[in-house]
Design a protein around this ligand. Structure first.
Ligand SMILES: [Zn+2]
Length: 287
């Protein structure tokens, strides 16, 4: 890639992420309520005033209007602007960290698009899980389909053009095998945890959405990512859980339902952006 283009593409990545996240805000609010995501057009929930295009520019409009509706001056939740900034930051991070200069450019482009879609699905899933303790199937099963489809494209490319990649059929099929093994491993392991948990606690210990979400992590990043994300997500979940106990929002030893999905997503992001560094650091502990 031409070096001079990187700042331009970086800015484009951030802005695209913020614009898509602005739409994801609508999805997060409307989909669980069974509302259409296209009509009616955006309006103020308080005074119903339609939101004009210049009031709907990600991040900028919220700052310019100082977080208030232009018509009735009612405060607009800062969560909207936070989700937009998060989308921008994650799209930018994916461009800066996941672009692979050593492979043909179209592979990097396909991978970046897949990662951007996956980041969008994780944002929607996490915030709906925070609000309602449920993960919609389109975010989890969608991730599985995305992972297997990307691997199938890469395997297909190996068959069409990859004569230099080793003559063995298995070497050419490696991406799709890696993805399917990851899917089965992630889904199977979490299904087992869920089953054992429900036996031990005599109640549902984990939602089926979390099982499907880990299947998606496996399909996209392989079985090694499943192990790392389980470890990372339990660390993140424990930190937040302890924080909630210290803030005395929850009592120790009492069963509190905290959504697990957002922590799986946090673990997955840590794996996507710092996976190699984390593995080196962790293995170094045992030297
Ligand atoms: Zn209003």
């Amino acid at each position: 890639m031409v070096r001079e283009l990187i700042p331009v593409l970086a800015f484009f990545s951030f802005w695209l992420g913020a614009c898509i996240a602005s739409f994801l805000n609508v999805v997060i609010w409307r989909v669980p309520r069974g509302e259409s995501i296209v009509s009616p057009p955006s309006h103020c929930p308080k005074c119903n005033a339609p939101i004009k295009w210049w009031q709907n520019i990600p991040i900028i409009s919220w700052l310019a209007l100082r977080g208030r509706c232009a018509a009735c001056r009612e405060p607009i939740s800062p969560r909207y602007v936070c989700v937009e900034a998060l989308g921008g930051a994650l799209f930018l991070a994916a461009f800066l960290r996941l672009w692979m200069p050593q492979v043909p450019i179209w592979i990097s482009v396909v991978h970046l698009l897949v990662m951007w879609i996956w980041i969008s699905l994780m944002i929607v899933g996490s915030f709906i899980d925070f609000d309602l303790q449920l993960l919609p199937d389109f975010t989890t099963v969608g991730g599985m389909i995305l992972g297997v489809a990307e691997a199938a494209v890469f395997s297909g490319f190996n068959f069409a053009y990859g004569s230099g990649l080793g003559a063995s059929v298995w070497a050419k099929l490696a991406p799709i095998i890696h993805s399917l093994v990851g899917l089965a491993f992630g889904f199977g392991l979490m299904w087992l945890v869920r089953w054992l948990g429900s036996k031990a606690f005599k109640r549902e210990a984990m939602g089926m959405g979390d099982v499907l979400l880990m299947g998606a992590v496996g399909a996209l990043f392989g079985p090694e990512a499943v192990l790392a994300v389980i470890m990372l997500s339990s660390v993140f979940g424990s930190i937040v859980g302890l924080g909630m106990i210290l803030a005395s929002k929850a009592k120790f030893g009492r069963f509190v339902a905290i959504p697990y999905g957002p922590y799986i997503c946090l673990g997955c992001l840590a794996w996507m952006f710092f996976g190699a560094e984390l593995v080196t650091w962790y293995l170094g502990l045992f030297k």
